[in-house]
Design a protein around this ligand. Structure first.
Ligand code: ARG
Length: 235
C-alpha cells in the first residue's frame, strides 16, 4: 500500500538499509534496531498503519521514495540541504557526528583528517561519511580519489578494515561505537558534523509529516523514546 502524495490516512510501506547497527541490522534473518522500534512506535500514535518493511541499499532509499515504492524511510538518514531539495523530513529524532574507525591491531592512530594522508579509506555509498571523504579528504588532497573505497554497507567496510585492505572507515559515531564494542576495531577520533536524523518522506506529504511529528512528540512524552534508546544503547 502506497500513498500517492498526501492522501488519507492509510497503510504505509517503510524502508530501511540494514547493516547500520544499532539503528537497523539483521538478527537471525530478522530486521531489528532502534529505527525499526522507533518508527513502529511513532506510527502506533498516528491514524496510519504500517504495512511492511522493505530493505534497500542506502543510496536507493531516496529513489524508492520518489518512485512511490515506499512511503517513509527510517535509516538513520541525516537531514541535509541536498536531500531536503528532493524529499521532506520529519523533525529530528537523533544526533550524530562522524567517526574515524581503525583496526585495533593496526598500530595506526590517526588524530586528525590530515593523519589519513595517502591511506586507503572506506565509507558507505551515498552517506554523509562519504561526504567527509569527498569534501574533506579528497577535496583537500589528503587522499586521492583512487584511495577511496565505497561500499554498499558498513558491515562490508568493517570487514575490509579487518582484512587490512583499507586503513580507516568514516561513519556515524553511534554506529562506529557499536562496531567498536563487538569487533576488534576502535574509534580513533571524532570529526564533528552535528548531524540530525529524520524520517524521510515524499516531498509535499505534509499530512504524513504532521502525523510523524506528532507521533514523535508523543513517544518522547510518554517515555517510549527513552525505553527504545535504553534497549539499543547500553553503556
Ligand atoms: N547518517 C548517514 C547519512 O545519512 C548514514 C546513514 C546510513 N544509514 C544506513 N541505514 N545505512 O548519510
Amino acid at each position: 500500500g502506497c500513498l500517492g502524495g498526501d492522501g488519507d490516512a492509510a497503510t504505509l510501506t517503510a524502508a530501511t538499509a540494514p547493516g547500520f547497527p544499532p539503528f537497523e541490522l539483521k538478527e537471525g534473518g530478522e530486521l531489528v534496531g532502534f529505527d525499526i522500534d522507533l518508527l513502529e512506535a511513532v506510527i502506533e500514535e498516528t491514524d496510519y498503519t504500517l504495512g511492511s518493511w522493505e530493505e534497500f541499499e542506502f543510496d536507493s532509499l531516496i529513489p524508492a521514495l520518489k518512485n512511490e515504492n515506499v512511503d517513509v524511510v527510517a535509516a538513520a538518514m541525516t537531514i541535509n540541504d541536498e536531500r531536503d531539495q528532493t524529499i521532506d523530513f520529519s523533525d529530528p529524532y537523533y544526533s550524530a557526528d562522524q567517526s574515524i574507525l581503525v583496526a585495533e591491531d593496526a598500530e595506526f592512530e590517526p588524530a586528525t583528517l590530515d593523519d589519513l594522508a595517502d591511506r586507503p579509506v572506506g565509507a558507505q555509498s551515498g552517506t554523509t561519511g562519504e561526504d567527509v571523504v569527498e569534501d574533506q579528504l579528497i577535496a583537500n588532497e589528503i587522499i586521492s580519489e583512487g584511495q577511496y573505497n565505497s561500499y554498499g554497507n558498513y558491515v562490508l567496510a568493517v570487514e575490509d578494515l579487518l582484512g587490512g585492505n583499507i586503513d580507516a572507515v568514516v561513519l556515524d559515531t553511534p554506529v562506529a561505537q557499536t562496531f567498536a564494542s563487538n569487533r576488534p576495531v576502535t574509534v580513533a577520533f571524532v570529526y564533528e558534523t552535528g548531524e540530525n536524523y529524520g524520517f524521510g518522506i515524499r516531498e509535499g506529504a505534509t499530512e504524513l509529516q504532521t502525523g510523524l511529528n506528532e507521533g514523535l512528540q508523543a513517544v518522547r512524552d510518554d517515555g517510549t523514546y527513552e525505553d527504545i534508546t535504553a534497549k539499543w544503547f547500553t553503556e
